[in-house]
Design a protein around this ligand. Structure first.
Ligand SMILES: [Zn+2]
Ligand SMILES: [Zn+2]
Length: 358
């Protein structure tokens, strides 16, 4: 790993104030994806996968005919749009229009699109080649529990909306990196993406181990009441702004519970709905969070407290112009700028996974 990202210390040591929460501590690894050029041998978000040349690339077999033809773009067009946005941002909005390089890319994209149309049936009806979302090596993310000799997790999705919840459909692959000898050089790409937020920007990772506590919605009524008792906070001498006196539970949820952003393990984010436990369809045990695919690395306002120390200044400055937001390094947007949570069975990572939007 060539760079480091560090979560600032939490403003309050939660187990000092509430020792009752100590048994609920869970390890998580924040991935801290940042734009870069990951190789097939590195952990990444939206990067190239270490994929065996002899193994068929995963395709989504679902019917996409019901997908209403909204605003869709080819992956190449999304890349061009982002390149132009980044250039305008660098130029301080100096020039409109296209540079010669951008115009050439636009032309190339149009040609590719025409070729693809000429080649066969309506693209959305084909089995759709899936897009790389994340590749995680065990050496970087030691809390993964791969099956057998596997030491690598690969996550892909189909960039169309699927029922329920209008979300991409996900596929997980565990493999042993040493067994991949001939690497697939150029994987197929989907013809289009349902939403430009479904094309992750290639990012390298700076994994950071942290400890998380459950969102207050995940706690029983007694523990929830405990968090709402301002006297408990004061008696413990917790340095909490008195503006939270009426809502100390909010302070806990914003600053002390689960971290926002892409992460492995830990506690799930809730708020869009009440907690919705998932059960394995094979052995019926309660499933555990494997990976959070996030629209934002940190929230606005006080949520800045989760922005890494190295980026606090950028987080506070905002800088949301030209689609360049420091809190959206992956450019991924799922749901209404929510999180997609992938769950696996704790008994066997090979039992079918499930996912939900939160
Ligand atoms: Zn699909
Ligand atoms: Zn199971």
């Amino acid at each position: 790993m060539v760079f480091v990202r560090t979560t600032p210390p939490r403003p309050v040591d939660v187990t000092t104030v509430f020792p009752e929460l100590a048994p609920l501590a869970r390890p998580a690894i924040r991935l801290h994806p940042r734009p870069g050029s990951p190789s097939v041998g590195e952990s990444s978000v939206g990067g190239p996968l270490l994929w065996p040349a002899e193994e068929p690339w995963p395709h989504c077999e679902a019917s996409h005919l019901h997908v209403d033809s909204g605003f869709r773009q080819s992956p190449d067009d999304v890349r061009l749009m982002r390149r132009m946005q980044a250039r305008r941002h660098r130029d301080h909005h100096g020039r409109g229009g296209m540079t010669p390089g951008e115009a050439a890319l636009k032309e190339r994209n149009a040609m590719r699109r025409a070729e693809r149309f000429a080649a066969g049936p309506p693209p959305a009806d084909c089995p759709v080649p899936m897009l790389p979302v994340a590749q995680l090596f065990l050496r970087d993310i030691p809390l993964l529990r791969p099956p057998g000799q596997a030491d690598l997790l690969q996550v892909l999705w189909c960039p169309y909306d699927h029922d329920p919840d209008h979300k991409p459909s996900t596929a997980l692959f565990w493999r042993s990196a040493a067994e991949v000898v001939d690497i697939l050089a150029i994987p197929p790409e989907p013809y289009e993406v349902n939403d430009d937020g479904y094309l992750p920007e290639p990012c390298v990772l700076a994994p950071e181990a942290i400890t998380e506590y459950p969102n207050s919605l995940d706690l029983g009524p007694q523990l929830r009441l405990m968090l709402e008792d301002w006297n408990r906070w004061q008696a413990a001498g917790a340095d909490v702004d008195s503006s939270y006196a009426d809502w100390p539970r909010d302070f806990y949820d914003i600053h002390l519970a689960d971290a926002p952003g892409w992460k492995a393990g830990g506690w799930p984010p809730w708020g869009r709905t009440d907690p919705n436990p998932r059960y394995c369809t094979v052995c019926e045990v309660q499933m555990v969070p494997l990976l959070t695919i996030a629209s934002f690395e940190w929230d606005g306002g006080e949520g800045h407290s989760w922005a890494p120390c190295e980026e606090q200044a950028a987080a506070k400055a905002g800088g949301h112009c030209c689609g360049q937001s420091p809190s959206r390094p992956t450019k991924v947007a799922v749901g209404s700028t929510d999180n997609m949570q992938i769950y696996i069975c704790p008994a066997s990572p090979e039992h079918p996974h499930t996912d939900l939007i939160q």
